[in-house]
Design a protein around this ligand. Structure first.
Ligand code: ADP
Length: 394
């Protein structure tokens, strides 16, 4: 029995037309950018969005951007263009400038322009067409970690001569709470934090409304028992001791639906939600979230580990075997394998995150060697997710 009508509406990338309990945040954003609607684009605006994972930062900003573009054009006859850039994928000023140019379909000469020059071209283009650009820099923490002070100043500071030439570009910086902006230079921080919109973790009642709305969009009528929604929202609601993460709540709902379908039930019941919940263990989820902060080669190493474990049907592998697999996998991705000492370093990092375990072999093996195992159950979803993370970094 098919009870999920629109599976795509349960995917983490889907942005619904309404975001329950984030309407106020959208209004606040509108307030920040209200002067743009006057059409004379005197100033560049900057605002910071802070919150934990799954608090709706990305979805809210995307929805705002799309709506604001429409309203500006339709009701004010002003041209506003919104561009969303993920700083994990584009973590240098240069890559960000390229990504903006791409989104505007602006051809950039292939000879080596600096990021600043690309920004200048973008600005000239916007000026000619009388367009104001709003750039959302998502996962901005990655940029802050990588960029040098000069590059950060370029984006963050309003009051110097550089910003005078980029007054047609406004920014929404999206940062995860853990990726603290408080590590920044004081002068930058004071400047950037002047306009800050916080996204608190969702309360149980809020998650309930979010789930209810998703159910109406994605499931057949009456296909989800109300107890399911109560159970999931009480499990993850921040006020009930949960993490307040809407992404995990929706994922649990989606998985409960799949389980119900598989079992041939016409309705998603509490029991399905409980089963789904035990699969989506929040601890595992935290580890999975941390994967998004890993580098390409750390992920390739992890993927290599899963591959050898699968092949050998064993729980542990020797460092030597793992390294061989890593080298061949890196080559498959057309990546130069990193050296032994570096690989060791990666292993240490993966261990700190809690995704792998290592121990020294005892007797019975020639010499002493390091044995590596996975600390999570080997499952297809984890494997797919790692692969997905690798692909975005290639
Ligand atoms: P963040 O960027 O803060 O990590 P996202 O915007 O990616 O969070 O949201 C995670 C998931 O939860 C997405 O699938 C998003 O559509 C959904 N979501 C978050 N907040 C809401 C909301 N208020 N209403 C409906 N769906 C939401």
């Amino acid at each position: 029995v098919l009870i999920i009508k629109h599976k795509d509406k349960l995917s983490p990338d889907y942005v619904p037309e309404n975001l329950p309990h984030r309407e106020e945040k959208i209004k606040e954003l509108g307030f920040v950018f209200r002067d743009l609607l006057a059409g004379d684009a005197k100033d560049s605006e900057r605002v910071v969005i802070v919150g934990r994972t799954g608090t709706g930062k990305t979805a809210t900003v995307r929805l705002f951007g799309k709506n604001f573009e429409d309203i500006a054009e339709r009701e004010y006859g002003v041209k506003v263009k919104y561009v969303h850039v993920n700083c994990y994928r584009h973590r240098t000023l240069y890559l960000i400038s390229q990504e903006i140019a791409n989104a505007l379909k602006l051809p950039i000469p292939s000879r080596g322009l600096s990021a600043q020059e690309v920004f200048k071209m973008i600005h000239e283009y916007l000026d000619r067409r009388n367009i104001h650009l709003i750039v959302a820099l998502d996962e901005f923490g990655h940029f802050l970690n990588t960029a040098n002070t000069e590059e950060i100043y370029f984006l963050v500071r309003l009051y110097d001569e550089i910003s005078a030439i980029i007054k047609r570009i406004s920014y929404i910086f999206i940062v995860n709470e853990s990726h603290s902006i408080y590590k920044l230079d004081r002068s930058i921080r004071d400047h950037i934090a002047r306009r800050l919109i916080e996204f608190p973790p969702y309360k149980s009642m809020e998650l309930y409304d979010i789930l209810k709305y998703r159910v109406d969009e994605a499931f057949n009528d009456n296909a989800v028992d109300d107890e399911v929604l109560q159970f999931i929202s009480n499990t993850y609601g921040y006020d009930k001791g949960g993490n307040g993460n809407a992404r995990i709540a929706i994922e649990t709902l989606s998985l409960a639906g799949e389980i119900a379908e598989k079992e041939g039930s016409p309705v998603v019941l509490l029991d399905h939600a409980k089963k789904a919940n035990s699969t989506i263990n929040p601890e595992i989820q935290e580890i999975v979230d941390s994967l998004s902060y890993l580098d390409l080669h750390q992920l390739i190493l992890l993927k290599a580990l899963i591959r050898v474990l699968n092949k050998s049907k064993a729980d542990e592998v020797t460092m030597g075997t793992l390294e061989e697999e890593y080298i061949s996998l890196a080559r498959e991705f057309n990546e130069e394998p990193r050296r032994h000492t570096q690989v060791y370093e990666y292993l240490r990092k993966l261990k700190v995150i809690g995704i792998i375990n290592t121990r020294q072999s005892g007797k019975g093996m020639r010499g002493r060697t390091t044995l590596v195992s996975l600390s999570l159950p080997l499952d297809k979803r984890l494997d797919d997710y790692i692969m997905q993370q690798i692909v975005v970094r290639l």
